[in-house]
Design a protein. Structure first.
Ligand code: C2E
Ligand code: MG
Ligand code: MG
Ligand code: MG
Length: 276
């Protein structure tokens, strides 16, 4: 009877593995289809000047409305898209979409702010990535060319090719934001050698700085580090007035988070541009 049970376990285990494999194949097929059928869109989260609460930029964040499964969070498909390599095509789509969006806003007579587009490690590791982006942006009219920034995370910088991509992009004066700063492997000497534009302090560093002394000390120390690196800071994931006030008192210039605004559908983002 024990053997029976054992075999049953193995069968269940194998069928679980098979289900996993099938799910992955389905997800990969669905991601390809999503690109072809226009199921992705970008939403735009305001980046705010802390002292005036004025809009200084938008972060473009991808959204996927799956025809059967509904909205799927980027956290649930971007890592998989990276494993399969399809992230490179998704990333191209996101850059094109952001450019198209800024152009549309401009043609509607709206004032513009820079839009930052997230770039994945795999994209940055492609030898032709930087040259392709630079060529794409250089082909645009100046008003558009200067409104695109790129966000990348610290962990993307572990390879030589990625560093070389960043050097090429910054040499072409494309603003680069270091995303999720404070969560990953930080090679500070590398960061100090790159002509980065801004450091985005991860939400985990910002959480509770409104009322927790030890969080405040850690955040203050990293703000001093940002000062030493002569980099401006955007605080990510600001959710409360207390956090916003403490950050403003510390001299942080910019913030992004639910306290100011959730990511907005493009139609809603227009209201922000109209106030500029
Ligand atoms: P991220 O680039 O660090 O983006 C910030 C994330 O924090 C977004 O999640 C945003 O909606 C969320 N957020 C903003 N303010 C708050 C807040 O006050 N509280 C909390 N709890 N969350 C806040 P989202 O849109 O789900 O995106 C998750 C991640 O997926 C992004 O993190 C980024 O790493 C990745 N991602 C999104 N769009 C793209 C894309 O077009 N390309 C690539 N490669 N990655 C993307
Ligand atoms: Mg980002
Ligand atoms: Mg981030
Ligand atoms: Mg993140």
């Amino acid at each position: 009877e024990g053997k029976e049970l054992g075999r049953g376990h193995i069968r269940r285990f194998e069928s679980h593995m098979a289900t996993q494999a099938v799910r992955q194949l389905e997800l990969e097929r669905d991601l390809r289809r999503a690109l072809l059928e226009g199921q992705f869109r970008l939403v735009y989260q305001p980046q705010i000047a802390l002292n005036t609460t004025e809009l200084i930029g938008f972060e473009a964040l991808i959204r996927w409305r799956h025809p059967e499964r509904g909205e799927i969070s980027p956290n649930d498909f971007i890592p998989f898209a990276e494993q399969t390599g399809i992230i490179c095509r998704i990333g191209e789509w996101a850059l094109d979409c952001a450019i198209w969006q800024i152009k549309t806003w401009h043609e509607a007579g709206l004032a513009l702010v820079p839009v930052s587009v997230n770039v994945s490690a795999l994209q940055l590791a492609q030898p032709l990535f930087a040259a392709t982006v630079i060529a794409r942006l250089d082909a645009l009219p100046a008003y558009l060319r200067n409104q695109i920034a790129l966000e990348l995370t610290e962990s993307t910088l572990m390879h030589e090719q990625a560093l070389s991509s960043v050097h090429q992009l910054t040499a072409a004066e494309i603003p680069i934001f270091m995303d999720d700063f404070g969560t990953g492997y930080s090679n500070l000497s590398t960061i100090s050698q790159l002509a980065l534009s801004k450091l985005k302090f991860d939400r985990s560093l910002i959480q509770n700085v409104g009322n927790d002394a030890s969080h405040q000390r850690v955040c203050r120390a990293l703000l001093d580090l940002a000062d030493a690196l002569e980099l401006e800071v955007i605080a990510e994931g600001v959710e409360t007035l207390e956090e916003a006030q403490w950050l403003a008192e510390q001299g942080v210039l910019y913030a992004q988070g639910y306290w100011f605004s959730h990511p907005l559908e493009s139609a809603a983002a227009i209201a922000y541009l109209k106030r500029l």
